[in-house]
Design a protein around this ligand. Structure first.
Ligand SMILES: CC(C)(COP(=O)(O)OP(=O)(O)OC[C@H]1O[C@@H](n2cnc3c(N)ncnc32)[C@H](O)[C@@H]1OP(=O)(O)O)[C@@H](O)C(=O)NCCC(=O)NCCS
Length: 174
């Protein structure tokens, strides 16, 4: 398969690469809404690796590092009753950090791969994704992978600015 995942390493070369990717507007506009310094990147990802609450993987395309995914248990902090039915829901965030790899259906293949891992290794029964509603490209990619929009809510970006968030659900049946 052209798309593979490998665990993120706790080393400077890895953090440098993340810093380079996260400086791109097409990444940070959907994540941090600002450029993080190298030290902020190291602190952020080192903490995540140490806490081990999120599983962090580098996305590779034909063995080249092109992006990141962080996978974690979904907490129903938005009180959507229809999610009560599920017992083990996961959520994730991903980005492709190399511009020339965007909009080439690599995201679609990556999402399908991540879903397989979540269903068959983490034994989830559903997956939630929560992009900004105006992130048309991401939503189109997720819908191609059988994610269905189930709600929108008024949220905030990481700077505290208002942002409409879409909730998309994928269930194991698909
Ligand atoms: C979101 C992301 C992972 C999707 O991966 P991708 O490889 O770019 O997406 P794909 O090519 O698989 O699918 C995107 C679809 O949206 C379409 N698209 C792209 N830009 C679009 C636009 N401005 N308006 C409408 N459709 C658009 C593409 O044509 C493609 O559809 P198609 O396969 O039917 O042609 C990737 O774009 C990315 O990392 N973006 C930056 C960070 C980000 O937004 N992360 C998600 C946060 S929730």
């Amino acid at each position: 398969m052209d798309v593979t995942l490998r665990p993120l390493n706790n080393d400077n070369a890895e953090f440098k690469q993340l810093h380079k990717w996260c400086k791109n507007k097409f990444v940070y506009e959907w994540f941090e809404q600002r450029v993080l310094s190298y030290d902020e990147i190291v602190k952020k990802y080192r903490n995540k690796l140490l806490k081990n609450k999120q599983k962090l993987f580098i996305i590779q395309y034909k063995n080249k590092d092109i992006g990141l995914v962080q996978i974690y248990k979904f907490k129903n902090d938005i009180n959507l009753d229809e999610l009560d039915y599920f017992k083990n829901i996961y959520e994730y965030d991903l980005f492709i950090g190399e511009e020339e790899y965007l909009s080439k259906r690599i995201g679609t293949n990556t999402v399908q791969l991540i879903n397989q891992i979540i269903y068959y290794e983490y034994l989830a029964d559903a997956i939630i994704l929560r992009p900004f509603k105006r992130n048309i490209r991401a939503i189109k990619c997720y819908e191609k992978c059988n994610f269905k929009p189930i709600a929108d809510y008024d949220g905030k970006d990481t700077l505290g600015n208002p942002e409409i968030i879409s909730v998309l659900l994928n269930t194991k049946k698909h």
